[in-house]
Design a protein around this ligand. Structure first.
Ligand SMILES: C[S@@+](CC[C@H](N)C(=O)[O-])C[C@H]1O[C@@H](n2cnc3c(N)ncnc32)[C@H](O)[C@@H]1O
Length: 274
């Protein structure tokens, strides 16, 4: 498998460049190597609260998906990390003895694949990084034991096509997993979030907004949207409900009291590949 190659040209490249600038503005990658090594268990800084949620999903992924596969296969797993960003999850899998591959559109050093470079010094072996879209994965078919999207599936333009592509690179009996994508109970709640996000992106990031909003991503999921996209592929996703911090679990109640928009929740979604 390849090291970093050329990412797709625009509009993905334009989106990727603007996204990297947005991530830098959000403070991503600002904590240097120590922060990178700590992910997802970040306990300090402005992003710690968010990572406190994401760490719970990761723990559930290890307990519910990784450990059962370790026990049933009895060998190192082949793991494909789709939309891997700086590759922290691939690094965690590598430390666990597995063969991970990190794939992302972006190669920048903010929190794209380029930011994974320090892992080469601390890991027993560096995981391969592939600059590509998860909508056209340039890797062999039926190769992986698990392919996962961590905080990335909602960037897909076409949910069914993206799931089909991911399923095609997983061996029969392997797993697809979705972590940290926003799920709403009803599509209208997700659409309200998208409207708000478009508005605030235009207000806050005027010079980046056109590029950021140029990729028509699905932006959110519902159980029904996922089932409709996955069903024809023979994939049945089940939700593993994750116990998140109290403040996160209380958001629906807070929204109700404040008459605000219904919040999403992440959880872990898993399907066996037929
Ligand atoms: C919110 S970040 C999550 C990164 C990482 N998985 C994590 O957990 O920190 C979403 C990532 O998806 C990537 N992405 C978006 N669309 C993509 C696509 N079509 N193909 C590959 N990566 C994509 C972005 O570049 C970004 O790195």
């Amino acid at each position: 498998m390849n090291a970093i190659g050329n990412a797709s040209p625009s509009p993905s490249a334009r989106f990727g460049e603007a996204y990297a600038r947005l991530r830098a503005l959000e403070g991503r990658g600002g904590g240097g190597e120590a922060e990178l090594a700590a992910l997802p268990y970040l306990t300090e800084g402005p992003l710690a609260r968010q990572w406190g949620v994401r760490a719970r999903t990761f723990d559930a992924f290890v307990a519910r998906v990784v450990v059962p596969l370790e026990l049933s296969l009895g060998r190192p797993l082949r793991v494909l990390d789709l939309g891997a960003g700086n590759g922290w999850l691939s690094a965690r899998m590598t430390r666990r003895g597995h063969a991970a591959v990190a794939l992302d559109l972006r190669t920048d050093s903010v929190d794209g694949l380029g930011a994974a470079r320090p892992f080469a010094r601390s890991l027993p072996r560096m995981f391969p990084r592939v600059a590509a879209s998860f909508e056209a994965i340039p890797l062999g078919r039926r190769l992986f034991d698990v392919a996962l999207f961590d905080a990335s599936l909602h960037y897909a333009r076409d949910l069914a096509a993206t799931l089909a592509e991911a399923a095609a690179v997983v061996a029969p009996g392997g797993r697809l997993a979705i972590l940290d994508s926003p799920f709403y109970r009803r599509a209208c709640e997700g659409e309200a979030m998208v409207d708000e996000k478009r508005r605030t992106t235009r207000e806050r990031y005027r010079d980046l907004a056109d590029a950021l909003l140029s990729v028509p991503a699905v932006e959110f999921l519902t159980a029904d949207l996922l089932a409709a996209a996955a069903g024809p592929l023979g994939l049945v996703f089940r939700r593993h409900r994750v116990a998140y911090p109290l403040w996160y679990e209380a958001r629906p109640l807070v929204a109700l009291l404040k008459r605000g928009r219904a919040p999403s929740r992440f959880d872990l979604w898993e399907a066996a590949v037929p």
